[in-house]
Ligand binder design. Structure first.
Ligand SMILES: [Fe+2]
Ligand SMILES: [Fe+2]
Length: 398
């Protein structure tokens, strides 16, 4: 456990070996942050993933007999935060579960249908503005639907000026350090950006509403449910500014080319586009989906105003790596992005419909017709790709 404030302790679980979080690559691992407030009515804010139960309990037992916990606040039903509530209730017979209305529905669906119906579930359902008196403190709640699920909410302690926003402002980052300033803002922002792109990106409008509500609070510390805690005024200001930018779908004046290739022809096209952009001094990044993970590619898309998507054709469709990526991208729906499609084919261009329709469905606005070349592109055909530099620069306003 780590004391983060008088009577407030971090009692989470560090998932050092996590390398994949429901499809999102997590090379730096993650943490599931639980916080114990030792007030007159001891209160646990969130729990951890099921396999982190022993470690969480070991941390809690250094502070209190778990049986004395009066409230378990479940800010979010998803099992990385609520997965150990069923087990905890068996040793915390007095505890009430504090959650949103949708949280109560979700927790019942998860636990009562999976072998936890023998214990008593005492729900205390809260809404935005409700208070929970735990002794010296009166905790307040802010419902924040879709950041990340319909049930999601934040807990705020006015007397400590601490916000516990669950998934919001989190990062998948395993570390012995608990604070952003101990690791460095660059690392934290990089991981927070990847987290936002992969988990929160579709919900920009809802995030803006949450940011508006948060702006009315005095905040001395933001304690998310993954990764590092934001505690210095500069770091808190930085993450809020970045969330505003991401929620408004703002991006940088740069290009990302995301593709996969079969016999190197699509790769030749990608490389030629890359070279023309590089020569024109346009910031550009190449992402080969055979090598890079989807979650890396969507982070680059969040950061780039122009997105160029390419694939070879296999059996009248795009390559499976590209198809899977397009499914992922359609769900994340980056807005205010511009781009076009390209690729190589053997005898039918019909498969490029996959690329074009996915680009449209993702919300990426087409700035040029797709460029498709048969078998191996000639030097002249490759040279023709220079025609796209103008429309790209126009889209970037450079
Ligand atoms: Fe979540
Ligand atoms: Fe989470």
């Amino acid at each position: 456990m780590r004391k983060i404030r008088d009577d407030i302790y971090w009692t989470g679980y560090i998932d050092w070996d996590l390398r994949n979080f429901h499809g999102y690559s997590t090379p730096a691992g993650s943490t599931y942050n639980a916080y114990l407030i030792m007030d007159e009515k001891p209160t646990l804010i969130d729990t951890v993933k099921h396999y982190g139960y022993d470690e969480m309990l070991w941390r809690i037992k250094q502070i209190i007999d778990p049986a004395k916990i009066q409230y378990i606040i479940s800010n979010h039903t998803e099992m990385d935060h609520s997965g150990t509530i069923g087990a905890l209730l068996k040793i915390c017979p007095n505890a009430q579960i504090v959650c949103s209305p949708k949280g109560a529905e979700g927790l019942k669906r998860h636990f009562l249908n999976s072998g936890h119906s023998d214990i008593e579930w005492k729900f205390k359902v809260v809404n935005t503005g409700d208070e929970l008196d735990i002794g010296k403190r009166k905790l307040k709640f802010l419902l924040m639907p879709m950041v990340h699920w319909p049930d999601s909410m934040a807990t705020y302690s006015p007397s400590d000026q601490i916000l516990f926003p669950n998934d919001a402002f989190g990062q998948h980052y395993a570390s012995h350090q608990r604070y952003v300033d101990e690791v460095g803002i660059e690392v934290a922002l990089k991981e927070a950006a990847k987290y936002y792109a992969n988990i929160v990106m579709p919900y920009g409008a809802q995030v803006l509403k949450v940011l508006e509500a948060v702006s009315t609070l005095t905040i001395d510390m933001i304690c998310p449910s993954h990764g590092l805690i934001w505690r210095s005024a500069e770091d808190i200001a930085q993450i809020i500014v970045h969330y505003k930018k991401w929620a408004a779908y703002e991006s940088n004046k740069q290009v990302v080319i995301v593709y996969d290739t079969m016999w190197h022809s699509t790769e030749k096209m990608a490389m030629k586009l890359y070279q023309f952009l590089d020569q024109a001094q346009v910031p550009v990044k190449l992402v080969n989906l055979k090598i890079s993970d989807y979650s890396e590619a969507v982070t680059d898309i969040m950061n780039s105003k122009v997105v160029i998507l390419g694939s070879a054709i296999l059996n009248n469709h795009v390559l499976p790596s590209v198809g899977g990526f397009l499914t992922y991208l359609k769900g994340l729906k980056p807005k205010n992005r511009f781009g076009f499609t390209f690729g190589s084919y053997g005898w039918s261009k019909v498969g490029f419909k996959d690329l074009e329709s996915a680009m449209e469905e993702s919300g990426i606005e087409k700035i040029a017709e797709g460029q498709y070349m048969q078998f191996v592109p000639s030097a002249e055909e490759l040279a023709s790709l220079e025609q796209f530099i103008g429309p790209i620069k126009k889209a970037l306003a450079i």
